[in-house]
Design a protein around this ligand. Sequence first.
Ligand code: ZN
Length: 157
Amino acid sequence: MPVPEPELDELYRELILDHYRSPRHRQPLAHPDARAEGYNPLCGDEIEVEIDFDDGVISDVSCRGRGCSISQASGSMMAAAVKGHTVEEARSLTAAFKEMMINPDAEPSEALGDLEAFQGVGRFPVRVKCATLAWHVLGEGLASGDGGDHPQGENHA
Ligand code: ZN
């Protein structure tokens, strides 16, 4: 079954290829607070995410994987987008990204910034899972981590 290649705006295509060829934030974290991994059987994409939390902020994030350019570029750009942001912000960015995939003809949220590059992928349902894989894995990592709150040790105040 041939997988259709989304037609993407030239500038965005370059951005995606740049992240695919030179993925950001691939360095594994020494002692990650949370980690998660995911697999997209439709395309064979793999993504592994590690997260460090500091008081509700994603202080560091690592994203590594294998697969098609859309899945890997999405992971690289996801990591760059959420690093230094709060867990709350990362969750709302995830929601905005998924919303853009569901409604590719709507105006994407301004918060997405460069992630708008993936908007055209939404018109190719078979590739949407490539683009959203990293975000699903991030969500699992956020859920398994505690966001920096340590309810059993409220002694740092
Ligand atoms: Zn893929």
